[in-house]
Design a protein around this ligand. Structure first.
Ligand code: ARG
Length: 235
């Protein structure tokens, strides 16, 4: 039996790009799952809204939000990025992250970003902070080519196959790939930045951003947040 309250519940469309474990990924049946999905579901439960998930390319998320095709971005998105702040509104931060250089496990020459050379290709995901960094290296003439790919799964595959010398990506996500395929990839050097993930809404949608912030605060206070982080990082 559905109560009147349930029937009135608003449903928000949440956009993500799911090659970003453990934040945004897919299960055996290709359902979109992950820490971001469980967090926004828990926030919705707390705040009385429901969610459905949409699979988009990472560089398509902000345009989709601006066009009104989705209501929320939940995609491990760095909220400190000035460019993005001009286009969308962000919730409070929910996760601290950083970019790292990843190389093949058996690579003994690249020990940090400074060891990348003019003959090397470096991969990153389209529209990400990692792609910005990689393209910057190309512009500075420090690498031969920034290989900008749609999915991080492809980037990691290209690294393992030796098609690229390095991948620049978020540390916790590269670690998730390292867990899936042990002894193939390692991270080297110091972090290239510091970032804070936030959920994004359309510019001016104060009502929704306030709901997300209130829900986030509540699930942190009642232990749900830590429980979900634990679950997804110990899979
Ligand atoms: N944290 C990086 C950024 O904000 C990468 C996020 C990629 N997320 C994804 N779901 N593929 O640009």
């Amino acid at each position: 039996d559905k109560s009147a309250g349930d029937a009135e519940k608003v449903t928000y469309k949440v956009g993500t790009e799911p090659t970003f474990p453990p934040f945004d990924t897919t299960d055996e049946e290709q359902n979109i799952v992950g820490l971001d999905m469980d967090l926004i579901k828990a926030i919705g439960k707390d705040q009385g809204f429901e969610v459905t998930f949409e699979n988009l390319s990472f560089d398509g998320l902000v345009p989709a939000l601006k066009a009104g095709n989705i209501d929320i971005i939940a995609a491990g998105m760095n909220k400190d990025d000035k460019d993005r702040q001009a286009q969308v509104d962000f919730s409070d931060a929910y996760y601290e992250s950083k970019l790292m250089v990843a190389v093949k496990e058996d690579n003994n020459t690249i020990k940090s970003v400074d060891d990348l050379t003019k003959d090397m290709k470096v991969a990153a995901q389209t529209g990400t902070t990692g792609a910005n960094k990689t393209q910057e290296l190309q512009k500075q003439g420090k690498i031969k080519e920034a290989v900008i790919l749609n999915g991080l799964d492809t980037a990691m595959l290209q690294l393992i196959n030796g098609d690229v010398s390095a991948v620049i990506n978020d540390k916790p996500v590269t670690e998730a790939y390292m867990k899936k395929q042990p002894d193939k990839i390692k991270m080297v050097g110091e972090p290239l930045n510091a970032e804070n993930y936030g959920f994004a809404v359309k510019k001016g949608n104060t009502e929704l951003v306030e709901k997300i912030n209130a829900g986030l605060k509540n699930i942190k206070e009642d232990g749900t947040f830590d429980k979900l982080v634990d679950e997804w990082f110990n899979k």
